[in-house]
Design a binder for this molecule. Structure first.
Ligand code: FES
Length: 240
């Protein structure tokens, strides 16, 4: 039998020219070699690749992988050290429509629940808990978000604006355009549409009809009043 020596391992070839790996550390007492007959032990020794050696190698590989992964885990733990763990009720202050309100919330309490059931601001609607309807749209720091999928406790220190702030002696041009174009039927989706339209118009004051359709596609109207909604927003881009 001929072999090819490489550092600590020997790569022997059998009479058929097939190379077999052999670990010199396991060679002692297993020099008979060759053949496929015999017990599992003799098979391992003939190939020089024992289960014990394999498991040793696997353990070393696992330990090496763990050593590589450990710094990430440690850094993640370090990042979480300053995080506050909240359980039960907690009193927080929310700024809603430029007024500060103290409210009691649990970590799971949504902003929509606080607005409707603690502050009596019922414009944002609980149509879909996953926010897919857009009916609970409010502005947080000027950006449209779904109050139904936003935790109230995460809104501390931010400016929350609801559709109620669009009224008054000088109403916002968005709801005015909705009224002028009769852009509602049951009206359940309308507050969300109006808030989303305001956020869209702030960003795209000269939007085309196609851009308006794209920009408001996160809001759904079950009554199908889309044509009038689009016309209302389009008119707002032209000054109403
Ligand atoms: S007007 Fe009824 S859901 Fe839109």
């Amino acid at each position: 039998m001929e072999g090819v020596s490489q550092s600590s391992f020997t790569l022997p070839s059998d009479s058929n020219g097939v190379i077999r790996m052999r670990d010199p550390a396991n060679e002692s007492g297993n020099s008979t070699g060759g053949g496929s007959s015999g017990t599992r032990s003799s098979e391992n020794s003939s190939s020089g690749f024992s289960r014990r050696a394999f498991l040793r190698g696997s353990s070393a590989a696992a330990a090496a992988a763990a050593m590589v992964a450990r710094p990430e885990t440690a850094s993640a733990q370090k990042a979480n050290q300053g995080a506050e763990v909240v359980s039960g009720f907690k009193t927080i202050t929310l700024s809603v429509n430029v007024q500060k309100h103290q409210v009691n919330v649990e970590p799971r309490t949504t902003l929509l629940e606080v607005l409707r059931y603690q502050l009596d601001l019922t414009g944002a609607k609980p149509v879909s808990q996953d926010g897919s309807s857009g009916a609970s749209t409010v502005l947080i720091d000027g950006r449209p978000v779904m109050a139904s999928t936003t935790l109230a406790i995460a809104c501390e220190g931010k400016q929350i604006q609801t559709v109620e702030s669009f009224g008054g002696a000088q109403p916002d041009s968005a709801p005015v355009a909705f009224v002028q174009h009769d852009a509602q039927q049951c009206g359940f989706c309308t507050p969300g549409f109006v808030v989303a339209a305001r956020a869209f118009l702030d960003k795209h004051p000269h939007a085309t009809e196609e851009e308006i359709r794209q920009g408001l596609n996160g809001n759904i109207c079950r009554c199908g009043t889309y044509a009038n909604v689009i016309q209302a927003v389009l008119s707002a881009t032209k000054g109403g």
